[in-house]
Design a protein around this ligand. Sequence first.
Ligand code: HEM
Length: 231
Amino acid sequence: MSVASLDTHGADVAVTAGRDREDIVVGGEIVRHRRSSRFIHFAVAATFIVCLLTGLPIWTPFFTWMATLFGGLSFCRWLHPWAGIFFAVSSLVMFVHWAGQMTFEPGEKSWLSPKRLMSYLEYRDDNTDVGKYNPGQKLQFWCAILAAVGLLASGVVMWFPASFPQIVRELSILLHSLTFILFVMLITWHVYLGTAAEPGTFHSMTRGTVTKAWARLHHPKWYRQVMGLEK
Ligand code: HEM
């Protein structure tokens, strides 16, 4: 059932409020990500996808067919480093935007054990102390930032190979490939959690809002804070 409510002009009140505010209750919903946060997130996601689709055909002939999406391999070779620069810049903006909210609280490390993670995924976790971002999300954030730095540094070396000694070039190829493989695994997991695994989560990045029930289930401490039930 939709929880959207309209103002006297027919505008969706929660979406309007989510243009420049977040962590507020509007009717039956809570604004989780204001418009700027959503825009930054999808700039990172879109540039990442372009990097992926142009990088795979350069990486191995197995993916050469993908190059036709962008008009051929030579265009992919030209576009990939530029998409990488936009990805790095978007990631930097995301870092500045979110770093303050992604610091680990004391006691959150125990949360990261596989056993605990499984009980969270099976909705058996009864920890009422999960704030706006759980420790898994925070770890995901820091891994994504670290990966962006590794991909940028190694990518620049491969872009201008003549400016670097052979050992640096070889290490960069290794670093770029390894980082990219781990990063794709991380993002696949992230997309799964943000869509199929936790219904209602994807809404937070499109519409900006979540239901109160979603907030109470996944982020109980944040729920209590925005509802004014706790300082
Ligand atoms: C392309 C498909 C993607 C989808 C569908 C997606 C989905 C989402 C959703 C729904 C959230 C909100 C989670 C919440 O409010 O609890 C989120 C948050 C986030 N996303 Fe993505 N995302 C995608 C790609 C990416 C990429 C490529 C990166 C980084 C390189 C990324 C980094 C993040 C970070 C750091 C957060 C905040 C922490 C977190 O909630 O995990 N996302 N994403």
